[in-house]
Design a protein around this ligand. Structure first.
Ligand code: CA
Length: 226
């Protein structure tokens, strides 16, 4: 579990960080909202602990920007005395939980365990399956057994269309419309290029699911063991 801790009070931040490290969490620190947002946008964190009163950008602004970018990572807000309104606003903006300062270590750890479970649910709710493949279109993570790839956005959109079609054929025109848009200059050859990228990745993962070309019609997924 990798945690981002955004907290400007340095003593507080290092005290929390050492408790988390002792409990086998990997922790990165940010001491202001701007840097915290930059780190959080990387999408590499499993949980974010976010103080509300921060220099450069408040915790609430950071939270709003993250949710706008559809970064779904669970967020625990840290609130000080008298920040009740901010706390309510934070939950409205999509924070998952809050903890009022000062708090006990056990309480923090219990909240983090609950958020880790919540993270598991978020991933499960947003994962699409076909044959031996699973795709999370939010993280662009395609996996097959123990093998996985982080796809590019277009690759992820393409394999997601095929997964959603559940083995039915999708035409190149439909693919172009849905991924590149009606007005785009994209041609059949664009689709062919992305199909070949995906085929290489499926092969590298040893997937039993293949992308079949149906001449004159389009593409479909087929699980070879069916
Ligand atoms: Ca603060």
């Amino acid at each position: 579990m990798r945690i981002l801790l955004v907290e400007d009070e340095k003593n507080m931040a290092s005290a929390i960080a050492s408790v988390l490290a002792k409990n086998n969490y990997t922790v990165d620190l940010a001491h202001d909202g701007e840097y915290g947002l930059d780190c959080a946008l990387s999408g590499i964190y499993d949980i974010i602990i976010l103080d509300i009163m921060l220099p450069k950008k408040s915790g609430l602004e950071v939270l709003k920007s993250l949710r706008k970018e559809e970064i779904l990572v669970p967020i625990l807000l840290l609130t000080a005395k008298g920040e009740t309104e901010d706390k309510v606003m934070g939950l409205d903006f999509g924070a998952d939980d809050y903890l009022s300062k000062p708090f006990k270590t056990d309480e923090l750890l219990a909240r983090l365990r609950a958020l880790a479970r919540r993270r598991g649910d978020i991933i499960a709710e947003n994962t699409h399956f076909f044959g031996d493949l699973s795709l999370n279109p939010h993280t662009l993570f395609l996996s097959c057994g123990k093998e996985s790839f982080t796809l590019t956005l277009k690759e992820s959109q393409l394999i997601d269309l095929l997964i959603e079609a559940k083995g039915n054929i999708i035409s190149k025109n439909t693919i172009i419309e849905k991924i590149w848009g009606f007005e785009s200059e994209a041609e059949d050859s664009h689709v062919e290029v992305y199909v070949s990228f995906l085929r290489k990745k499926l092969k590298a993962m040893g997937a039993q699911t293949v992308i079949r070309t149906i001449r004159g019609l389009g593409y479909c997924l087929q699980h070879l063991e069916d």
